[in-house]
Design a protein around this ligand. Structure first.
Ligand SMILES: Nc1ncnc2c1ncn2[C@@H]1O[C@H](COP(=O)(O)OP(=O)(O)OP(=O)(O)O)[C@@H](O)[C@H]1O
Ligand SMILES: [Mg+2]
Length: 377
């Protein structure tokens, strides 16, 4: 089981080890020498091994003040933190949802920091046996934040043990088996559960309903990502101009993790080419090398859209067909690629399947057919 205290500045290592299935798929999907795949992975917002380094922890914001963007979320949490502090109570349970890399883990660490308590981190797939979650709950100190990542993947038994813990701060331990089994209830200190998920729809309603606060993280605006990139550049001691930062931001799919990752690639490029001040031109050249286009689309995005346009006249195309013909896993398409393509208005989900919009046709250099708009209605 993966637990780290906030004092140690936890990172996604726990998630990585606990859900190693997923992570290894991502890592192994880049065979040595497969440059095309290697290029595409820098745009996946999944944590990468490199990010487990101290450097990654250094660039993770440590306070609400440093946490850029997500204004609505920060306003809600600011009020909740102040109210809880004034009543000397823990924060209400909080569910954070949104695509990978938008700052869910970071926010839960900041919450613990702001409340002056510890944060214990666990990843749902690692809480397989009842004793895993029981151990975690029993070890809590008053006010602690318990962060459960990928909470939609919690086993049923673990989820059922969480219900009384969340509602009444108590854990029910079954003693014995069969008809003679008894339940022993142990009181727990008041604590805050922070759940994070990329798939809020996959949560059961009893679990979802036990969260007092349910907040969505949204994609970041270019100016917000520019601020993030400039902050990271300063920490990395890079000389980056404002327009250089904007160029990186524009290609980052609205995602801070990708922005920081692209910035590191730009840094490599500038170092190798012995360039000191990194401006728009250098950033664009570097990212072009990694096949990241000016809108942040990578090879896979373009392949998905061109498949829909060339083979299906823009769609509608079913998710499974898209997956089978592009070699991507359906869940990855749904959770990693589609949210951003929908956000920038290049793809639409309809009851009959996915449709590439007129903007996507134009971006890829095709002329949209006249009936394209009719397809969307
Ligand atoms: N609001 C922000 N301001 C500045 N940097 C941020 C912000 N949000 C995230 N980051 C940066 O992006 C990285 C990824 O964030 P984080 O690990 O919190 O994402 P996540 O939503 O938990 O992703 P996943 O769903 O994969 O677990 C962080 O290490 C941090 O450096
Ligand atoms: Mg996370």
């Amino acid at each position: 089981m993966a637990i780290i205290s906030s004092k140690k500045q936890p990172n996604d290592r726990d998630k990585a080890s606990a859900s190693s299935g997923e992570l290894s798929v991502m890592v192994q999907s880049v065979p040595a020498g497969d440059t095309q795949s290697a290029k595409t992975t820098i745009l996946q917002a999944e944590p990468e091994p490199e990010e487990r380094s101290k450097l990654e922890e250094k660039i993770r914001p440590q306070s609400l003040h440093e946490y850029v963007g997500q204004k609505d979320l920060k306003d809600v949490l600011d009020i909740a933190i102040r109210a809880a502090k004034s009543r000397n109570e823990p924060l209400d349970h909080l569910l954070l949802y949104g695509p990978p890399g938008l700052g869910k883990t970071t926010m839960s660490l900041i919450l613990a920091q702001e409340m002056g308590v510890k944060c214990k981190i666990a990843s749902a797939p690692a809480l397989e046996r009842p004793r895993d979650i029981m151990g975690l709950l029993i070890g809590l100190q008053p006010g602690d934040v318990l962060f459960i990542d990928e909470i939609h993947r919690l086993a049923k038994v673990a989820e059922e043990l969480l219900y009384p813990a969340m509602e009444d701060f108590r854990v029910d331990i079954p003693l014995g088996k069969g008809k003679s089994a008894k339940i022993q209830s142990l009181p727990l200190p008041p604590f805050t559960l922070v759940g994070a998920t990329t798939r809020v729809g996959a949560l059961t309603s009893p679990l979802r309903d036990r969260f007092g606060l349910i907040q969505r993280l949204r994609f970041y605006e270019i100016d917000e990502l520019s601020q993030i990139v400039l902050r990271t550049a300063a920490l990395l001691k890079m000389k980056l101009t404002t327009d250089g930062a904007e160029e990186v931001a524009r290609r980052s799919r609205g995602t801070p993790r990708i922005a920081n990752r692209l910035l590191k690639r730009v840094r490599d490029y500038a170092e190798v080419k012995s360039m000191r001040d990194i401006d728009r031109t250098i950033a664009a050249e570097a990212l072009q090398l990694f096949n990241v286009d000016p809108c942040g689309l990578d090879w896979t995005d373009r392949r998905l859209l061109s498949f829909m346009i060339e083979r299906h006249n823009g769609g509608p195309v079913g998710l499974e067909t898209l997956a089978a013909s592009t070699g991507e896993d359906a869940q990855t398409i749904e959770e990693v690629y589609e949210p951003y393509l929908m956000q920038i208005g290049y793809l639409s989900r309809t009851p009959r399947g996915r449709i590439a919009t007129a903007a996507a046709w134009k971006h890829l250099g095709y002329t949209p057919p006249d009936n394209q708009l009719a397809l969307l209605s």
